[in-house]
Design a binder for this molecule. Sequence first.
Ligand SMILES: C[S@@+](CC[C@H](N)C(=O)[O-])C[C@H]1O[C@@H](n2cnc3c(N)ncnc32)[C@H](O)[C@@H]1O
Length: 268
Amino acid sequence: MADYSLTLDDSEIARYRLMADIAERRERALWTAAGVAPGARIADVGCGPGALSVRLADIVAPDGAVWAVDRDGDALAVASALAERSGVPVHTATGSADATGLAEGSFDVVMLRHVLAHNGGREQVIVDHLAELARPGGGAVYLVDVDVTGFRLRGAPATYEEMDERYRELHRRRGNDLSIGIRLDELLTAAGLEVTAHEGHIDVMTPPPGMRGPAWAARDALLAEGLVTPDDIARWDTAFTQIEQARTEARTGLRFFGNTYVAIGRRV
Ligand SMILES: C[S@@+](CC[C@H](N)C(=O)[O-])C[C@H]1O[C@@H](n2cnc3c(N)ncnc32)[C@H](O)[C@@H]1O
């Protein structure tokens, strides 16, 4: 069974790109406050397919660079290809979030986005490691994560509730805290950092075609865990397809609402 519950198909890559657009619009001032500026050295841990790594590299280039780490080789391959196509300095490496292999004390900003909610019980060990990577005398750890209990998908078929419940059960079984976003500041403080920001906002987005929320993206993991059957998945697919067609004809659409939190901790 895959360790991580989101598969990486075209619609997922589109979702990550959309997340990068939303993140930049929402967080640009926080990125600057943390130290994302021309010439900076940035670590993007749990970078996934690198949509954010590329965006950050564009800001710090040409004198700075981004070191993008993930345990998933497929995601890293996408990140490398995206960086090459974009012509920006991104160095990719396989590693785990609590032992990246990156040089300690050498980064202006160490970013970790949407990783902690998938690492139940290891959250503090991970943040402790990130704190060691930050440059003493001002380097920052920048965390982003969610509170899934507040997520909504307006216009979704009735089956969405059922899918969502199975998705939460998957994470419960793995010991994951799907509300980790509301305690990011505590993790930073416990890692010995000075918290300079902890903010929350609700992202509102029109999902690109094929994006049907986190439970749909995690359907293979739900199947492997025995939480759904192939018939369930076929039933969900039919329900979504009908809704998507009906809403296209009516010129309305699905709308996603997601509670997201950002926290910054500084190494003194
Ligand atoms: C939801 S994606 C987020 C990707 C990216 N940070 C973003 O916000 O677009 C989570 C990524 O974290 C990686 N990941 C999760 N736990 C990890 C761990 N313990 N060590 C390394 N990578 C991890 C997964 O492989 C996946 O690519």
